[in-house]
Design a protein. Structure first.
Length: 345
């Protein structure tokens, strides 16, 4: 292995690691606030890529129909909940939020879909369509079971994963898609070719992570989520709504996963079920951070990307095995160093 190959593999590893870092942050965020191990995160990655690919082909993506369907289900659940609580006056407001806004976004996506739409506008529209799916998914699948145990929430996550995989096949089809790169420019630094695409992926990932840092540190809603992650009962006692915290968490998680799908689209061909394997690599990074530490999760995801890149060079047939084997010593070390305790009822 010479210096040029080393630099190329390092560049690929950092690029993939930046995408895995976003997924790891999404998984840590969702688990810290809601105690949900977000198994369906990979489906949001695939939906992000396939939605952008649909706009590239000039046709409305299947995300539009999926968004409308989930909005109608969430709206119906809110109507039933308001009637049971004896609050019929809240029905119009809840319907406007859970059904009206997603339907408007879906209508805008169907109207704007076309090859003449600029690439940057296609990306923004993709995020606008996929991100609300996270909010709706929380309302439909997780909010009714918000006080359940972690094991029950994990079982629900697995069921949601299979359901979304089937819906992905129905709405997007079995064909794979790949989106065009953000830039095809390359330049040489010290005799090493550097891709502008890689720089854009890493740069946008760092920018989004920085925006999240400012959100959690400077905004009221961000501080509310931090309080909920640290002490759910205490946050509730000071007026933080658990339902609001959960919905906002899944919204941010959906945004991170959708953006990861946009970033990974030019790197590899994505199918309706490809996101699960990608999210598992983000999960390995999240496990390195103990599902609680954002910096360690991001660093672990970057490590996963580098190991995957070098493993693809030395043993391409076993690169997935090598990456996922990394989780074994991490779990063993945490098992030996962490004090076990029963979950509070």
């Amino acid at each position: 292995m010479d210096l040029s190959i080393l630099a190329l593999l390092t560049q690929d590893g950092i690029t993939n690691g930046a995408v895995y870092a976003l997924l790891a942050l999404a998984l840590v965020l969702v688990f810290a606030v809601t105690r949900v191990i977000w198994v369906p995160a990979g489906e949001f990655v695939a939906f992000g890529t396939l939605t952008l690919a649909g706009f590239q082909l000039g046709r409305p993506p299947g995300t539009i129909s999926l968004l409308v369907g989930m909005a109608l289900v969430a709206g119906a659940m809110e109507v039933v909940a308001c009637v049971r609580r004896g609050e019929p006056a809240r029905i119009p407001r809840q319907l406007a939020f859970w059904t009206g806004i997603p339907v408007v976004l879906a209508a805008a996506g169907a109207w704007l879909a076309g090859p003449e739409l600029p690439f940057w506008a296609q990306i923004l529209l993709t995020l606008a369509l996929v991100t609300p799916l996270g909010t709706l998914l929380y309302r439909i699948a997780y909010q009714p079971l918000a006080e359940a145990s972690v094991l029950v929430l994990l079982i629900v996550s697995v069921a949601v994963h299979f359901a979304l995989t089937g819906l992905g096949l129905y709405f997007f089809g079995a064909e794979g898609s790949r989106t065009p790169p953000f830039s095809s420019l390359t330049f040489t630094v010290g005799g090493v070719n550097v891709s502008m695409q890689s720089l854009l992926v890493v740069g946008t990932s760092i920018a989004l992570i920085g925006a999240l840092y400012l959100f959690f540190g400077r905004t009221l809603y961000g501080k509310a989520l931090r309080a909920t992650a640290l002490n759910r009962v205490g946050a509730r006692l000071v007026g933080v709504s658990p339902n609001l915290a959960g919905a906002l968490t899944f919204t941010l998680g959906g945004l991170l996963c959708a953006f990861s799908g946009v970033l990974i689209g030019p790197i590899s061909t994505v199918y309706y079920d490809s996101g699960f394997l990608v999210s598992l690599k983000g999960f390995v990074g999240a496990i390195i951070g103990g599902l609680v530490s954002y910096p360690l999760a991001a660093a672990g995801a970057l490590l996963v990307g580098l190991i995957e890149a070098f493993a693809s060079f030395w043993a391409s047939g076993f690169k997935e095995v090598i990456v996922f084997t990394l989780i074994i010593p991490v779990l063993l070390w945490r098992s030996l160093t962490t004090h076990h305790h029963e979950e509070d009822e």
